[in-house]
Design a binder for this molecule. Structure first.
Ligand code: PLP
Length: 383
């Protein structure tokens, strides 16, 4: 049987790397995970308790396609709390993680062949989802000088119907300042380019907080998730805020594509909204891990990186050591027992000489990982 051309997307390399690490673990090796973009902590206790209670009381059937009203109201309250912005719950769509949000947003906004811009390095699935929807992904290299974020000049002459940005970004962890975000939104609005803001790492910042696109405009799509700050990756629950006049379009798509996001995960997410103390404790771990990384990575020979503003990644240049970051990460996994992500996932060109280190796991793991990296780099003759 034939397969479609649009289904021929690239693999998500970090998932392949995780698979190799899992295989090594199955063979009895102890692996330190610095590849995964997920917290080592479980969903907060309030989330788990809410679900345990609901399982006894309710059949947990389908919800409305837009999500439980209480959850949409809770998310609206979060916008007030985090940014002082009033967002009507009617504009909030609960999704199966931000990944389903991309699918809904790209389908609602674009027609086959439309050109959608994204800065490189960036989160790889944007372009693969665009391709699978017969849209044209227009990747352009962002510069280190612009902290690997797009600037309005990058958009000129590209004939874009849309632009997607992430702040804090994956893999670089950089945050767009209010002025930089405003400049991008204005330039998109002037050229009728839909602006999509991936805000999945909001809440995880190490200095000034990230600005939401909703502080600057209502004519944007904002996509967010319970995966990162709320420590709920496997629960597959997120949300999207869309302009009021797009709600019905997105609702019809959501009804048909998903019926609804998992009811159980929606209940847990609602519980998670009340767990500030536990989530703040997670932030302290990321902050301690970041400090360790900034101190110890250079001692392991990795000196070419900028301190991240948010998220839990460090994107480092490794051209002194390799021309092939995939082979290098395989060597590190095999010899050091540390799993890291090659930059190729985020930037198919320059990424061959970059590597992403995640510090989302426990501080003890990060310490051990850094010690192993240092030993490996010593044995490889770099120190
Ligand atoms: C920038 C970015 N957006 C979206 C996602 C997908 O997250 P979710 O679990 O909400 O689907 C990730 C996952 O790592 C990410 O890094």
């Amino acid at each position: 049987m034939q397969v479609s051309r649009r289904s021929q997307v690239d693999p998500f390399i970090v998932m392949d790397v995780m698979e190799a690490a899992t295989q090594a673990e199955a063979n009895g090796r102890h692996i330190i995970h610095m590849e995964v973009g997920q917290p080592g902590t479980p969903a907060p206790a309030g989330a788990r308790a809410a679900l345990a209670a609901a399982m006894e009381e309710s059949p947990l059937g389908y919800t409305s396609a837009l999500g439980l009203l209480a959850l949409r109201e809770g998310i609206a309250a979060l916008y007030q709390k985090w940014y002082g912005v009033t967002v009507s719950p009617a504009r909030i769509v609960v999704t199966s993680g931000s990944s389903a949000g991309f699918l809904l947003a790209f389908t609602a906004l674009f027609d086959a062949g439309d050109r959608v811009g994204l800065g490189l390095p960036g989160y790889p699935s944007y372009r693969q989802i665009l391709r699978a929807l017969s849209l044209t992904d227009v990747g352009f290299e962002t510069s280190e000088a612009n902290r690997f974020q797009p600037v309005p000049d990058d958009l000129v002459g590209r004939d874009l119907k849309g632009l997607i940005v992430a702040s804090p970004s994956n893999p670089s962890g950089t945050i767009l300042s209010r002025a930089a975000l405003a400049a991008l939104i204005e330039s998109c609005s002037a050229t009728e380019t839909a602006f999509i803001s991936d805000e999945i790492y909001h809440g995880i910042h190490h200095g000034e907080r990230a600005v939401s696109a909703l502080e600057l405009s209502d004519d944007v799509y904002v996509i967010n998730s319970f995966s990162k700050y709320f420590s709920m990756t496997g629960w597959r629950i997120g949300w999207m805020v869309v302009p009021q006049d797009h709600v019905r379009t997105v609702e019809r798509l959501a009804q048909n594509m998903f019926i609804c996001a998992p009811h159980a995960a929606q209940i847990a997410a609602l519980g998670a909204l009340g767990c500030d103390a536990e989530l703040d404790a997670n932030l302290e771990v990321y902050s301690a891990n970041r400090a360790l990384m900034l101190e110890e990575l250079p001692k392991a020979g990795f000196t070419r990186f900028a301190p991240p503003d948010g998220a839990f990644y460090i994107y480092a240049e490794v051209s002194e050591f390799t021309e092939n970051s995939l082979a290098f990460s395989q060597e590190i996994l095999e010899k050091a027992g540390v799993s890291v992500t090659p930059g190729l996932d985020f930037d198919a060109g320059r990424g061959a000489q970059w590597m992403r280190f995640s510090y989302a796991r426990s501080t003890a793991d990060i310490k051990e990982g850094l010690a192993r990296l240092r030993k490996f780099m010593t044995e490889r003759g770099h120190l």
